[in-house]
Design a protein around this ligand. Structure first.
Ligand code: SAM
Ligand code: SF4
Ligand code: SF4
Length: 375
């Protein structure tokens, strides 16, 4: 078989430092981008490293021993992350999600969680603080995360069948340990727990119904299972449309076994479409990033491990906030907020809506890797 050669674009260099505007109005939480979208959700990548090599995210042939991960000095410190998160709250951010890479690999993460859990919105409300993990270290860390102030958690699990899962994570990691992690999270009250399954047609779609059955029958309804359409994030995963199983088919397959009915969305900008079991035994969600773009109310920004702001999961150019906060000029929070505000106001991203069009093709050529900015 011919060797697969996949170019990896190094986005870590390609970022401009945002300008600090002079007379920006004070942030009021109502700032919108060029498509009228508010800023409400910040996803923070705390590491670009991972102990899994899921083929759809960090394929082994690209993220191998020669891949240069960010050196520690390049990462934002916990104080810098917390400061930026606080500045984002001034613009209306209400929800923080820690991600990566694998966030639980970041040393002393509990300290960061402790700091973030102290943040308040301008109205004095605590933020919604959560984390997405592959759960490989969760059984060990659940209690410390809860004690530090984490409220809930999302676990990624692509199959219950051990052989399928080991193949997909590509490091031979067993399902049983992920389930132990989920159990530990449930026990310490990190709830509600969401479990995300990326569906790849021909790879794990036979696992849809067993996964639905398992999470209906276990954990006393504490787990909400969500099916994610396999996305063309980055350029290394060799994405093909014929490997995407549309969410409508996921719902239809489950409905054949357990009757479902559509539920109301839980919040504006929520990515998952919710389906409840007719017999009242919980719900499932589907995230249709490919077949039903939801850019229209996308209120999410992403902060990379070394402090670059991305306005879209499929972005190709970050805005270098680290340089801004480390500038010898010593900018105040309000000045940083003004700079971020100007960036957000210029946002026009809607990659999922453009996918397949000429403009989408152009954007697709240089997308950032998901393991770098997080999901
Ligand atoms: N390592 C953590 C984990 O796997 O949960 C957090 C980071 S991971 C990049 C965040 C989420 O992105 C995971 O739920 C993962 O399944 C999802 N993801 C990664 N690549 C994807 C792709 N090509 N399509 C859809 N989802 C993807
Ligand atoms: Fe690692 Fe998560 Fe990417 Fe899998 S999806 S390779 S666990 S970062
Ligand atoms: Fe938001 Fe970009 Fe995804 Fe559209 S493609 S929903 S703008 S992250």
């Amino acid at each position: 078989m011919a060797e697969r050669s996949i170019p990896l674009i190094d986005h870590r260099q390609a970022a401009a430092r945002p300008a600090v505007p002079r007379d920006a109005p004070a942030p009021d939480g109502l700032m919108t981008d060029r498509r009228g979208r508010l800023l409400r959700d910040l996803r923070i990548s705390v590491t670009d490293r991972c102990n899994f090599r899921c083929s759809y995210c960090m394929p082994k042939e690209v993220f191998d021993k020669d891949h240069r991960f960010l050196p520690h000095a390049e990462l934002l410190s916990f104080e810098e992350i917390t400061r930026l998160a606080r500045v984002f709250t001034l613009h209306g951010v209400r929800k923080l999600r820690l991600t990566g890479g694998e966030p639980l690999l970041r040393k002393n993460l509990e300290i960061l969680i402790g700091q973030l859990s102290q943040l308040r919105t301008p109205d004095g409300e605590p933020l919604d603080l959560t984390l997405t993990t592959n759960a490989s270290l969760l059984a060990r860390k659940a209690q410390a995360l809860k004690d530090a102030g984490l409220q809930r958690i999302t676990v990624s699990l692509d199959a219950l069948d051990d052989a399928v899962f080991r193949r997909m994570n590509d490091v031979d990691f067993p399902v049983a340990e992920v389930l132990e992690g989920i159990e530990a999270a449930a026990k310490v009250g990190l709830a509600p727990i969401k479990v995300n399954m990326v569906v790849k047609r021909g790879t794990n779609d036979q696992e849809i119904v067993p996964m639905a059955r398992f999470f209906r029958d276990n954990f006393g309804g504490a787990v909400v299972l969500r099916f994610i359409e396999y996305m063309d994030v980055g350029i290394t995963n060799g994405w093909r449309m014929d490997e995407v199983l549309p969410s409508a088919q996921v719902v239809a397959r489950i409905h054949e076994h357990f009757a479902l009915r559509a539920l109301e969305a839980s919040a504006p900008g929520e990515t998952a479409e919710r389906w409840g079991y007719e017999d009242g035994r919980g719900e499932v969600g589907v995230i249709s990033s490919v077949t039903q773009a939801f850019c229209g109310d996308c209120n999410r920004a992403r902060l990379s491990t070394e402090g670059k702001l991305y306005l879209c999961l499929f972005g190709h150019r970050g805005h270098d906030l680290r340089t801004l906060i480390r500038d010898p000029a010593g900018y105040t929070d309000l000045q940083i907020a003004a700079a971020i505000g100007q960036v957000w106001q210029g946002r026009d991203d809607r990659y999922s809506e453009l996918r397949g069009s000429a403009a989408g093709e152009l954007a697709a050529a240089a997308k950032v890797e998901m393991s770098y900015i997080g999901g």
